[in-house]
Design a protein. Structure first.
Lengths: 330, 344
């Protein structure tokens, strides 16, 4: 297993390298001129040229990329020849002149919110998705099964901005059950953190739970028809052990895969939910960086989001081998 | 004397969207401790459903199961699910056709055996494990102590079927149902597995119900034979009578379709023409009539319109056929003579 992990990690590094290269080249091909965007209307060509030099945009793309990669590992200094050089410490993903801050800092500030949002929703959707999926599978063809599947279909079809707005309108505006969302760190004020997060968690979880209900139900139905489930029953095991220990365990593999990748995707920012509930997470940051054409920030967020996916892929593959002993990691 | 296992008028039907599937109709048989009954028939003849119904493995929400299954005098079909569950794996056990897929791929075989021990006995994990290893050794798994930590995919098909047998017999059941136990195995391994079942049966005085379509196996291990067709028992007799005095045309067809090593290689096999009936739309008369070569020996259209009864022709020999006794015997003796001489 160890050689496999080493090889996979090496592959992962190579992928990350290619990823930064592609992202960097793509964004350097954009028609927008980042230097032009550094100052407002009526900004003179001299200032633009100065800013271009400060950003390092007057250098060839290869060199810019080299500086970028170097910045990731050892940090870099912008405008080194000016009286006020800007230090960007490793891992430096770039410097946002729009926000006058290092991209890494901006991302690190936004990341906790996104992580809290993603993990809270993740727990809710797994619990409800898997429980209801198993329930529907065990009552296949009955009205209970159809009810669960109907709920799932509705949840799956309603866009999250619609559910989100409904939730805000009724829960917050009409019924005054919760105060208006106002994100604070759970360390400062856990109560108001929970009050803010509970709706986004639920709304985000609804979409995924709907999907996981169907996935779990289908998996369970498939596994329940397997010969080894009949063997487990023939042994005289109580039905709940047959379900939990034998069927669910075997049906879990694709669910783990999907869950890992979905969670990783969300860690890159849940754009719609964060926007609706004005959560200062990566998704919101991404949206505003795009509207501002803040290229260094866009590049940084893209790379961070992609890193989550690549790492999650590796973890999921390793988990696969833990769950299924037939999977040999070689 | 009442038998250890008495099946009376067992009827299983599944309502489906296309109509009711009559999988098993009015099946009755007896089985004594230490004896072996073979249930023989083609795919779809209802033999596997019969065994599942005895084990209580037919989902009774999805199927109607009627009749009686008396195990040691207790009617399994009258019990609630949990009572039957407690008998499964302890008093009656089952091994299945495909050992590749019948073991859980994610658990070590020792753990799967120990689980079977612990569900019916209050013993510690170590005791259950020791029992599992003991049983693995008994069914001929070499180096059982360390093989117990193997996963099923690390074993060969024959070894896996041995594990299945060990798991079935680990709680000393009085009834063992073997559903095509050798079908998925190599011929050389088949013989070993059968030998193993027979020797363990002798040791524990187990009643064995063996389900098969292989008449070779029947001759080797069975005391009595129930031939099933279209969900019904069509002939029931001692193994000796089935081979030497068969009477039902379907049984004759089965015997004629067995390849024989002493026959000339240029001879073709003699398959029974046609296909088994669909259990949704069974023929109105004798279920075998559409494939039967002897319906003209019965006056009128009786084979096509009336279901024959399963009647006793001799003590212990029951036949379901409209032909009269004399005609059956003469048809049978001519078919047997053809099989023996290889001339048709």
């Amino acid at each position: 297993m160890a050689p496999y992990i080493v090889r996979r990690v090496a592959m992962m590094v190579l992928m990350l390298f290619l990823l930064t290269l592609v992202v960097f080249v793509l964004f350097s091909l954009l028609p927008t001129d980042p230097a032009r965007l550094t100052c407002g209307k009526g900004c003179s060509p001299a200032i633009i040229a100065a800013n271009r030099h400060m950003l390092g945009l007057d250098q060839p793309v290869i060199e810019q990329y080299w500086n970028f990669v170097k910045g990731l590992f050892v940090g870099r200094t912008y405008a080194a020849d000016s009286p006020q050089p800007i230090q960007c410490h490793a891992p430096c993903l770039g410097y946002s002149f729009k926000r006058h801050d290092q991209v890494t800092n901006l991302i690190l500030q936004a990341l906790p919110t996104t992580i809290f949002l993603a993990i809270g929703a993740f727990v809710i959707w797994l619990v409800f998705g898997i429980t209801l999926g198993v329930y529907a599978a065990l009552r296949r063809g009955t009205w209970r099964d159809r009810t669960v599947m109907g709920i799932s279909l509705v949840g799956y079809s309603l866009p999250s901005f619609f559910i989100g707005l409904l939730a805000i309108f009724f829960v917050i505006i009409r019924w005054h059950i919760l105060p208006f969302p106002n994100y604070v760190s759970p360390l400062t004020d856990p109560i108001s953190f929970l009050q803010t997060m509970i709706l986004p968690w639920i709304v985000l979880a609804i979409l995924y739970a709907a999907f996981y209900m169907r996935l779990t139900r289908n998996q369970m139905l498939e596994v329940l028809g397997e010969d080894y489930i009949r063997t487990a029953r023939a042994k005289g095991l109580p039905e709940r052990i047959v379900i939990r220990k034998h069927a669910l365990r075997a049906g879990l593999t694709p669910i783990v895969t999907a869950a890992g990748l979905d969670l990783a995707g969300l860690l890159g920012g849940a754009i719609i939910i964060e926007a609706i509930f004005s959560l200062p997470g990566l998704g919101n940051l991404a949206v505003s960086s795009v509207t501002d054409a803040d290229l260094p920030l866009i590049v940084g967020i893209t790379i961070v989001a992609a890193v989550f996916i690549i790492v999650a892929n590796l973890i999921v593959d390793l988990l696969y081998a833990v769950i299924d002993p037939r999977v040999r990691l070689t | 004397m009442s038998a250890f296992l008495e099946v009376r008028d067992l009827t299983v039907s599944f309502p489906t969207e296309d109509g009711v599937v009559h999988a098993v109709e009015q099946v009755s048989f007896d089985l004594q401790r230490g004896k072996t009954l073979a249930v023989v028939g083609e795919s779809g003849s209802g033999k596997s459903v019969t065994s599942s119904a005895i084990m209580g493995l037919v989902n009774r929400r999805a199927a109607s199961v009627m009749g009686q299954v008396l195990l040691d005098g207790q009617d399994l079909l009258a019990m609630d699910d949990d009572q039957v569950r407690q008998l499964r794996g302890s008093k009656m056990a089952m091994i299945f056709q495909d050992p590749m897929s019948s073991l859980h791929p994610f658990y070590r075989i020792g753990a799967q055996l120990a689980e079977a021990v612990r569900v019916h006995n209050k013993v510690s994990k170590d005791q259950a494990r020791a029992r599992a290893v003991e049983m693995l050794a008994k069914v001929g798994i070499p180096d059982a102590q360390s093989r117990a930590d193997d996963y099923p995919h690390q074993l060969s098909g024959g070894m896996r079927q041995r594990v299945m047998i060990a798991m079935a017999l680990i709680n000393d059941p009085d009834l063992l149902i073997a559903d095509e136990p050798t079908t998925a195995l190599d011929v050389t391994v088949q013989a070993q597995i059968l030998e193993l079942i027979v020797s363990l049966q002798k040791e524990f005085n187990t009643a064995v119900l063996i389900i098969t379509h292989d008449l070779g196996i029947v001759a080797d291990v069975a005391d009595d034979v129930a031939v099933m067709y279209g969900g019904r028992v069509v002939e029931y007799a001692s193994v000796d009578d089935i081979y030497n005095h068969p009477q039902m045309p379907y049984t004759l067809g089965l015997l004629a379709s067995v390849p024989r090593i002493d026959k000339d290689l240029s001879d073709r096999l003699d398959p029974i023409p046609g296909n088994p009936p669909s259990p949704i739309s069974l023929p109105p008369g004798c279920v075998f009539a559409p494939r039967c070569a002897y319906t003209d020996k019965v006056p009128g259209e009786e084979c096509a319109v009336a279901r024959p009864e399963l009647l006793q022709v001799q003590p212990g020999h029951l036949v379901r056929c409209h032909m009269d006794h004399r005609t059956r015997v003469s048809v049978a003796s001519s078919v047997l003579a053809q099989i023996r001489t290889g001339v048709r």
